[in-house]
Structure formats: structure tokens, C-alpha cells
Unconditional design. Structure first.
Length: 283
């Protein structure tokens, strides 16, 4: 987040210096924004009668989404692991008690600095085209288990499953069961698996620099009013979102419900933007 505020401060400083040196930068308007990019604030000043420039910051509030997710392989593990351990260790090692479901949470994590140009067909027209850049945090969604450390048994069970799947231990396996599935969120046979601390760590990343194109209604800089409203609609071109787990990119996503959802997100190369802006004249 630090570099975002540095970016915005540099843009605002440039606007302030320009305002001191050029007559055309003779007004400034502050805007409060709410929309699909979150809640934000910006400052706008005119470059000329046809172009205004805006710089600001938007933050998506920490929106949580919780849901119980099936861990996937409990029946297979419960049925076959203990006989395997008995065969290998003579009954001295026990399988772990793993819950069938885990309470997961998804959290939005998008913060953006923006630098936008509003272009008007005439000095009095309120319709405009807008182009510019958003610079933001690469993480846009984080996915974790709600209670830290709650999946330590699932992690330990996965270590036992890895032992079972090792070809060197084939002679100890249950007849007819060559491989066992790991515990985890049921995407690509559980690619979101718990770490050694009993936590699942997943997140979705996009490009840090995101070009913006859109249209809007309303003058972003007020010259003869004290207060007014603007409306913007456009898209953020943020590249192809990528899914990561514990620092590694996940490329294979299966046809489960969760997998289909993440697959759809990774194909979303443009983020829709709809914003309402309340603006007030400073000078």
C-alpha cells in the first residue's frame, strides 16, 4: 500500500506545481467516490477547457465471505489409512481425526491509486471519455481458513497420505487402492492444501498497473458550482488473474463448483467499473 500512496502523492504534487505555473490550472475540485472499485477520494484540476485530470485513492472495504467447504477425501482416508499404518508400523501409529468440512473465508484486498484524464467534446459538454491508469495491490482476493491452525490434523493426515502414495510402500497398501487423495479444497483434487501450521493460504493476483478506459457524465472540475454529482462507467484492464497457493501459481483447475468459479475469475481480463462521485469546489 505504501507505493500506492507514493504514486498518488507524486501525481498530486505535479498537479499542484502545474497549478502555480499555468493559468489553465486555475481550479481544483475534491471528489468522494463510491463504486465497484471501492470507496475513495480524489482531486481534479483542468488542463484546458477540453481536458481535466484527476488523481486519487480507492479502497475496497474488507468484505468477508464465509462458507463451509468439503475437504474431499475423508471417506477414503478413514477407510484405508489405518489398515495401511497397521501393516507398516504394526499398530503403533494412528491415523488423524480430520473434519469433513472447513470454515473458509474469502476477503477482498483491492487498493488502487488512480491518475485519469477526462476528455470533453466541448468546453460546456458534460459527457466525457476517460483514460488513465490505476496502480494497485496485486492481491485482489485472499482465501483462508477462518480459524488459524484449525487444519493441523488435515496437514498431518496429508503426510500420511504421501507415505501411502509412495511407491516404496506399495506392499503395505490396502488391496485395490493404489493412490489416495489429499485433504484440501476440492479444486484440482485439493490444490489448496493446509501448510505445516494448519492453514490454507490462497489468493488471486492481477497486474499492479491497470489501464482504465471509460465514459462518464458530469464535469470533474467545478467552475461555476459548489457541489455536483458525476457518474463513471468503464473497465480496468488488469491482465489475466492468476490463482496462487502458498506462493505457487495454480495452473490446473478442475470441474468442481469451486474450480469452475476460480476458472471463470482467471478468464476475467477486464474488471467492470461503475462509480458515483460527489464533488465539491475548492477554488
Amino acid at each position: 500500500m505504501k507505493y500506492i500512496f507514493t504514486f498518488v502523492f507524486a501525481c498530486l504534487s505535479a498537479l499542484s506545481l502545474s497549478a502555480q505555473k499555468q493559468d489553465c490550472f486555475n481550479h481544483m475540485t475534491v471528489g468522494l467516490n463510491v463504486g465497484s472499485t471501492g470507496i475513495g477520494v480524489d482531486l481534479a484540476t483542468p488542463i484546458c477547457d477540453y481536458v481535466d485530470v484527476r488523481a486519487g485513492v480507492t479502497v475496497v472495504p474488507g468484505i468477508y465471505y464465509k462458507k463451509d467447504i468439503n475437504l474431499g477425501s475423508s471417506a477414503n482416508y478413514n477407510t484405508n489409512m489405518q489398515p495401511f499404518l497397521d501393516n507398516k508400523y504394526g499398530g503403533s501409529v494412528k491415523k488423524y481425526d480430520v473434519p469433513e468440512q472447513v470454515d473458509m473465508k474469502g476477503q477482498s484486498a483491492m487498493v488502487n491509486g488512480s491518475f485519469l484524464f477526462d476528455i470533453y467534446p466541448s468546453p460546456t459538454c458534460k459527457f466525457r471519455a476517460t483514460v488513465g491508469l490505476f496502480v494497485g495491490s496485486s492481491h485482489v482476493v485472499d482465501i483462508n481458513n477462518s480459524q488459524a491452525g484449525s487444519l493441523i490434523n488435515a496437514y498431518n493426515a496429508n503426510q500420511q497420505i504421501a507415505l501411502y502414495n509412495d511407491p516404496a510402500n506399495a506392499k503395505y497398501r490396502v488391496s485395490g487402492v493404489d493412490q489416495m487423495k489429499y485433504f484440501g479444497i476440492n479444486i484440482n483434487d485439493g490444490f489448496l492444501t493446509p501448510d505445516e501450521n494448519g492453514n490454507i493460504d490462497g489468493y488471486i493476483k492481477t497486474n499492479v498497473v491497470r489501464p482504465y478506459v471509460g465514459v462518464g457524465y458530469g464535469r470533474s472540475v467545478l467552475k461555476d458550482k459548489k457541489i455536483d454529482f458525476n457518474v463513471d462507467a468503464g473497465v480496468l484492464l488488469w491482465g489475466s488473474p492468476k490463482v496462487y497457493s502458498h506462493g505457487k501459481e495454480i495452473k490446473a483447475i478442475d470441474n468442481s463448483q469451486s474450480g469452475k468459479m476460480l476458472s471463470a475469475i482467471t478468464k476475467l481480463k477486464a474488471y467492470p467499473v461503475i462509480t458515483v462521485r460527489l464533488c465539491g469546489n475548492i477554488f
